[in-house]
Design a protein. Structure first.
Length: 377
């Protein structure tokens, strides 16, 4: 399944770029996206440690498995994706990226990286005059894109008054990137000390781009299963002078609530029962966009991984392709990346070390089961 990548069209002169992917966990999302973009890219190899899993992934795509950067046939590779944890979360992703950049291979790298790692990669890329970019991924997910789109319009035409955000520490950097796009930047930013710890969440107040903001962050990690046990990915509430914009979930709906103002009649009484007033005709919660299948049904989690995430990845890969074929290094985007990383690190410093939790997989409960329990009461 492919998408329209707007104005970014494949270059007839360049043809599909030969690309390798480092990492076979989240890297499989990159591979799905690449497979759906045959006029932009051709997967020519996978770099991994050589586990049975990585061998199976390479075999499924019919490409060689390389156990290190030095094994790569450099002259036969035009680009690389590094989807391996970087040093900030205990991995070697930044080292892999630097090794590729030294071989003059452009790199798209999965978040997050420490500020000094980003600086190292940018210096190496700029010295070689080739692209390097960090992919925060979630701003390209359809629901998040919808939220950003409406936030930009509200910023242009109305007053932004406050933000309330809830997220897991796992996806805190992408949250900062989402807010940066929504607000047109982050500076000046400031964060209070921790206000409270309530259940799994840590509360911090502050400001971004002059807008008051309240953070509710699950600052917890389960070492036995570090990719799971998030209470929520992203939930964002933007309050303005004309209403409230709500991203219900990273993969949920974007809702708009016009600001309630009940008119008064000539005698000064609240005119609550006069349906002729424009306010009374407004729907309380208006769906701006929602993640759905083509048949209009709400998407399943299987679709998130099979379709929605690869579609989001195609957008990032299309931008990466454009950087390579045009030779543009997007200096302004580099500065935005550095700013977002510094903001993320400042907020992380306030939050302090993550709380270690030991968790078992949660019990699966759907709405139908909740309704059945309600009927029993």
């Amino acid at each position: 399944m492919s998408i329209n990548v707007s104005s970014i069209a494949p270059s007839k002169e360049a043809g599909p770029l030969r690309i390798v992917v480092c990492g076979t966990t989240f890297g499989r999302i990159y591979m799905k996206a690449i497979a759906a973009m045959p006029t932009y890219f051709r997967l020519v190899g996978i770099v991994a440690r050589g586990s049975t899993h990585s061998k199976n992934v390479a075999a499924s795509y019919g490409v060689p498995l390389y156990k290190g950067i030095n094994e790569l046939p450099t002259r036969e590779i035009d680009a690389a994706c590094v989807v391996v944890r970087a040093g900030v979360v205990g991995g070697v992703g930044a080292d892999l990226a630097l090794a590729l950049l030294k071989k003059r291979i452009p790199v798209l790298q999965e978040h997050p990286l420490h500020l000094y790692e980003i600086s190292q990669c940018l210096q190496a890329a700029n010295a070689a005059k080739i692209p390097w970019s960090m992919n925060s991924f979630y701003p390209d997910v359809s629901s998040v894109r919808g939220f950003i789109r409406y936030a930009k319009v509200l910023r242009k035409h109305h007053e932004l008054r406050s933000l309330m955000v809830t997220c897991s520490v796992h996806v805190l950097y992408p949250l900062i990137d989402i807010l940066s796009e929504s607000l047109g930047g982050l500076r000046p930013w400031s964060f209070s000390e921790v206000l409270a710890k309530q259940g799994p969440f840590t509360l911090v107040a502050g400001g971004l781009a002059g807008i008051p903001i309240t953070f509710e962050i699950q600052n917890q990690m389960a070492p036995n299963d570090p990719d799971n046990h998030t209470e929520v990915l992203h939930r964002i509430t933007l309050t303005t002078d004309v209403g409230t914009l709500l991203l219900t979930d990273t993969h949920g709906s974007v809702l708009w609530t016009p600001r309630l103002h009940v008119p008064r009649d000539k005698a000064g009484q609240l005119d609550m029962f006069n349906s002729e007033h424009a306010m009374m005709a407004q729907t309380v919660m208006q769906t701006a966009c929602t993640m759905q299948h083509e048949d209009g049904a709400n998407i399943r989690y299987s679709s998130v991984f099979e379709q929605q995430w690869p579609l989001a990845m195609q957008r990032a890969l299309a931008r990466f392709y454009q950087q390579i074929v045009t030779g543009k290094r997007e200096i302004s985007r580099q500065q935005t990346m550095l700013s977002a990383c510094q903001c993320w690190q400042d907020l992380s410093r306030v939050l302090g070390p993550v709380t270690i939790i030991e968790q078992t997989p949660p019990r699966l409960v759907g709405l139908s089961q909740l309704e059945a329990l309600c009927d029993e009461q």
